[in-house]
Design a binder for this molecule. Structure first.
Ligand code: NAP
Length: 289
């Protein structure tokens, strides 16, 4: 049985690492803010002082970090992943980053004769807790197979998409669609409200027809209660839109709607909503746009 490591115990990482421990795996964790390791230690995980210590102690190390900058710092920084890397070890980065960041990390890990898999996820806090994420893997196929017993504790659907970068791209496409849907959903509710419609009735009408979907249903109910407790922080949604728009630039693909959604999320982020759930965009759209 592999010894698993886990770096990054935020909203997603703590639930994903907990599922590895609960499934009986030997797990060593690290988080930049050390006290976030305590609940994992209580479940039975070992706690290490640096990413390097985790990688040294484990066969396969998973990471779930905020953004490209965090992924790079944890990999390339002092006492980072690369310093613990040695031949045959595996590094599986599950953070949502751009393909270029993923490729840089893959190249460095491979140069150190380690193996790399990118594995960003679709699904939020509850699917992370339930082990029902959709995991979008790309990179070393042998590592994909070996990491299977760990990945299957975290996800219900695990795809292998080919070379490094394709998992990152799939994730950005999916979240770009989600961010765009959320932006126009918020605008529709705000428009209806200004026009004298009851927002609860708008939700009821949407849910009865072809536009019914779990996001409108789940987030819509929370938005009407102004419950913006973060499951998926707004700052991360804006980061994903920014990275998707940048991919559009790179590939000369026009993204008019996604670029507009990015501007809305950017303004909402600046207005103090960065750490609220991404559906808090509604608050900004109702007040400011
Ligand atoms: P989060 O709660 O904000 O957690 C971010 C994690 O990254 C924390 O462990 C944080 O450490 C760490 N971190 C941030 N900057 C760092 C740095 N410079 N060096 C080292 N560690 C750093 O975010 P999350 O919701 O778990 O999301 C994690 C990733 O999954 C993101 O890429 C996000 O886009 C993606 N994602 C999220 C969801 C969701 O619904 N939440 C769904 C799918 C994908 P500290 O504790 O020290 O701050």
């Amino acid at each position: 049985m592999s010894r698993f490591g886990f770096l990054g115990l935020g909203i997603m990482g703590r639930a994903m690492a907990a599922n590895l421990v609960k499934a009986g795996h030997e797990v060593t964790v690290w988080n930049r803010t050390p006290n976030r390791c305590a609940p994992l230690a209580e479940l039975g995980a070992k706690v290490a002082g640096t990413p390097r210590d985790v990688v040294e102690a484990c066969d396969i190390t998973f990471a779930m970090l905020a953004d490209p900058q965090a992924a790079q710092e944890v990999c390339f920084g002092d006492d980072g992943v690369l310093e613990g890397m040695s031949p045959g070890k595996g590094y599986v980065d599950m953070s949502t980053v751009d393909a270029e960041t993923s490729r840089q990390i893959a190249e460095a890990v491979t140069e150190a004769r380690g193996r790399f898999l990118e594995a960003p996820v679709s699904g939020t806090k509850k699917p992370a807790e339930d082990g029902t994420l959709i995991i979008l893997c790309a990179g070393d196929k042998g590592l994909f197979d070996e990491a299977g017993p760990g990945l299957s504790c975290m996800g219900k659907k695990i795809l292998y998409l080919g070379e490094v970068g394709q998992g990152a791209r799939m994730k950005l496409v999916v979240n770009m669609i989600m961010g765009g849907m959320m932006a126009v959903f918020c605008e529709g509710l705000a428009l209806g409200e200004k026009g004298g419609l009851d927002p609860a009735t708008i939700l009821e009408v949407l849910d009865a027809g072809a536009l019914s979907n779990p996001m409108f249903r789940g987030k819509g109910a929370l938005m009407l209660k102004k419950d913006y407790a973060p499951n998926f922080p707004l700052k991360h949604m804006q980061k994903d839109l920014r990275l998707a728009v940048s991919l559009g630039d790179e590939l000369a693909q026009p993204l008019h709607s996604a670029a507009a959604a990015n501007e809305s999320f950017k303004a909402a982020r600046r207005s103090g909503l960065a750490d609220q759930d991404f559906c808090a965009l509604y608050d900004w759209i109702r007040k400011d746009s």
